[in-house]
Ligand binder design. Sequence first.
Ligand code: ZN
Length: 375
Amino acid sequence: MRYCKKCLEPDTRPDCIFDNQGVCLPCRYAESLDDIDWQSRRCELDDIVAWGRRHTKSQYDCIIGVSGGKDSHRQALYARDELGMNPLLVSCTYPPEQQTERGAHNLANLCRLGFDVVQVSPAPERWRQLMRFGILTFANWCKSTEMALYSSVPRAAIAYQTPLIFLGENPALSWGSAGGSLDGDANRMKYNNTLKGGDLTPYFEAGMRDADLFWYRYPTDAEMERAGLRLVYLGYYIRDFNDFRNAEIAMLNGMQARTGADALPQEMGQVNTFDALDDDFVAVNQMLKFIKLGFGKVSEQCSGAIRNGEMTREEALRLTHLYDGKVGARIIRRFCQYINVTEEEFWTVVERFRNQDLFERVPGQNDWRLKHPPT
Ligand SMILES: [Zn+2]
């Protein structure tokens, strides 16, 4: 395992990009921000806005997928207040057992701020079965839910005949996960590592029928072309579109961050209090990512903080060593109850997926550690 010379980005992230000096793409992009011609990007964005207005057949001129978090708030406010647009917000909402109170508050806050929000709620029992299948098969419960979160947005754009879709950041530039482009064009984002072109084959093997999976199925290229969809990373056009600034603006506008026990890094496996506000089970998946790829959310958040000048590399190393891949026992317990597996079964799955190329036993202890932790 090797790490970026500047941040803590590891080379085990699928599709990561490092230059020949051992520096990751997000660090290089962050360095280049001052040299970018933002005025010309704004002109490009103005053309996109005009395109959205020209091509809509509804009263809305763009669609924004939202969870109610910091990026949702920033995008919605920017589109309306800075670009003068009339966005329709689309939210694929977690079932009640999964959505946090805070998540419900934050989504309601977008309504309070004056936006129209369409909520999509895929059938909860199927949602749960797909999560259960995901954890037992891939040690990843998010695969199906991410399909739904991403697919419901272009589905709604087609249904409401509003072809311009804004997404937040370009994942390649923000966290080094190739997203099909290195600019504002997001039309090929379904071919990234998460969505894999919208392939649902594994779920048919899980006994699902085509008709069960409408909200999980990303539109085909032909459907997208027929509807004239245009997907754009809004964050690419905004100089200060980053986690910290977005959170600041969102909180000034009423978004609630994590507090108390829900913000403890040893419980949540994250050090930022403004990420993943609507769901606690995400900490389980970050732990599993750590088991498989050797890094979790803490190292990602710390890398972002280094790039943004919010944290030294020394502090990032300290927090990552302490908390990366951690998750509280109460979250594991609730998760196991929700997907109906015993904790023993759960830990058997976890250990089956542990990457033994990356981990070694701690001598004299029933524990594992990274062979090559970041230094
Ligand atoms: Zn880096």
